[in-house]
Ligand binder design. Structure first.
Ligand code: BES
Ligand code: MN
Ligand code: ZN
Length: 486
């Protein structure tokens, strides 16, 4: 669902016309900027213990006296950070999203300034908590009736806030696109579907989109990518989409997204439990499409190339077998000891293909290893890079995008396990440090440019009752790309 957003500089919060007023209360309420009726309600709630100023606490008031808005939520932030502010906004919106409210206004309850980052957080929070999946479940109720979001701020903050709202809209729309793609079942979201999404973005934003098929990939010598695709009757797609916001000569940022639309493991078949979740194995590809959308909307002065190798990983008579040796586009040979380590096999050819763009930097994004989930859980994506500048930029983007990643090692010693008696390398190392050996495998294909790898196996989707795509790391990537503007 999309909604309009706007800025308004209010005279009095109690006089604001909206269906619900979400007021974020910082930990330090000494200087409330609320007008009398709201200030009295807040002071009383705090005095009575109905609201405490801890993160996650909130209080809903229905038709409070002297206030124009029929619904008011006080949401405690617990800390004076953008992250805490965003969580409080989400908490407030969650309280009223199921109501009749169409127009939600957000403001600070305390004296304080709102930055562009706060504004971005309001839009992304609103969009994240009102998303619901419908495509194959049209009966699912809409998460909310929200169609208008207003951020109330001072005149002095209005300019920064306007920038933040625009960035928030772009990021949120990118996240929503990524979630929608990844949530679609694997018989809907096929490589062909991903290619269509890229073409659609191309039409909407005037991007150059090229889709290579099996024959094209054969000509290019992508023996590794082709080996994964050969076990499925679903046609592979190698998608290349280009946003040109700067002179042609300017070296582009290149994003490479793993687009396995279903990972059965192949002949090294996965166990049955939760295998359905392997439809999310195109989360890297989805995040690249989402980022492309966000960047195309914001039109920064830089060039961006998005590459998505996409296919299914299936067992079949023609499927690649453990022990098979294939030749990658780079010329290096690979002994496939485990067909379930397929992500690196499709990425390595895409990373070689990326060389032709003479990139300023290449970032690949992949739901690559279960080992990364063991190492980092579901909060941080794994970041792997030998480049200190890129590492610092990624770290900064993960903070400003509120989309955390954590750097992992890439020391030479971890390469040891990839030795093979029958090829230049094997596609798996030892079980120990599995996320790192996977990254070491990719590193062998990235000698020609600065490179980073994001393992999003733990962050791209949620399991259990809230099963679904998170749209991560679109925010991180968008912030990273925007920061590359010279
Ligand atoms: N797509 C999986 C990684 C994955 C597994 C992500 C579970 C999220 C949850 C990847 O293709 C895979 O199967 N990796 C193997 C590698 C192993 C065979 C070296 C894994 O992690 O088990
Ligand atoms: Mn696999
Ligand atoms: Zn996989």
């Amino acid at each position: 669902m999309d909604f309009r957003h706007q800025i308004s500089v209010p005279q009095a919060l109690a006089a604001t016309a909206c269906d619900a007023l979400v007021l974020v209360v910082n930990s330090d309420p000494v200087e409330p900027m609320l007008d009398a009726p709201l200030a009295a309600a807040l002071a009383d709630a705090l005095a009575q213990g109905d609201l405490t100023l801890k993160a996650g606490k909130s209080l809903y008031l229905h038709r409070p006296a002297g206030v124009k808005a029929p619904r008011v939520v006080f949401a405690a932030a617990g800390a004076n950070t953008v992250k805490a502010f965003k969580a409080a906004v989400a908490c407030g919106i969650n309280q009223v999203k199921g109501s009749g409210a169409r127009h939600i206004a957000v403001a600070l309850a305390n004296a304080g300034t709102l930055s562009d980052a706060h504004a971005e957080a309001v839009v992304t929070a609103a969009r994240e908590c009102t998303y619901s999946y419908h495509h194959t479940k049209p009966s699912a109720p809409a998460a909310s009736k929200l169609d208008k979001l207003t951020l109330l701020c001072s005149k002095a903050d209005a300019k920064g806030v306007a920038h933040g709202l625009a960035r928030g809209h772009a990021v949120a729309a990118g996240v929503a696109l990524a979630r929608e793609c990844a949530n679609r079942p694997p018989n809907h979201c096929t490589p062909t579907y991903l290619a269509e999404q890229a073409k659609k973005l191309g039409k909407e934003y005037g991007l150059k989109v090229e889709v290579l098929d099996r024959k094209d990939c054969e000509k290019l010598g992508m023996g590794s990518f082709l080996a994964v695709a050969q076990g499925s009757t679903e046609p592979l797609k190698f998608i290349v989409a280009r946003y040109e916001g700067a002179a042609k000569a300017q070296a582009p940022v290149v994003l490479v997204g793993k687009g396995i639309t279903f990972d059965s493991g192949g002949i090294s078949l996965k166990p049955g439990a939760d295998m359905d979740e392997m439809k999310f194995d195109m989360g890297g590809a989805a995040s690249v499409l989402g980022t492309l959308r966000a960047v195309a909307e914001l039109k920064p002065k830089l060039n961006l190339v998005c590459i998505i190798p996409s296919c299914e990983n299936m067992p079949a008579g023609a499927a690649v077998k453990p022990g098979d040796v294939v030749k990658s586009m780079s010329g290096q040979t690979i002994e496939i000891l485990n067909t379930d380590a397929e992500g690196r096999l499709i990425l390595c050819d895409a990373l070689t293909y990326a060389e032709r763009f003479k990139p300023a930097v290449v970032v690949d994004i992949a739901t690559l290893t279960g080992a990364c989930v063991v190492a980092l859980g579901h909060h941080h994506s794994g970041l792997f890079t030998a480049d200190e500048t890129v590492a610092a930029q990624m770290h900064a983007a993960s903070l400003s995008g509120l989309d955390p990643c954590w750097r992992m090692p890439l020391d030479e010693e971890y390469d040891e396990g990839l030795k093979s008696n029958f090829a230049d390398m094997a596609n798996i190392g030892s079980r120990a440090g599995g996320a790192i050996t996977a990254a070491m495998f990719l590193r062998r294909f990235t000698a020609k440019y600065p490179w980073a790898h994001l393992d999003i196996a733990g962050t791209a989707w949620k399991s259990g009752a809230a099963k679904g795509s998170t749209g991560r790391p679109v925010s991180l990537l968008t912030h990273f790309v925007l920061a590359q503007v010279a």
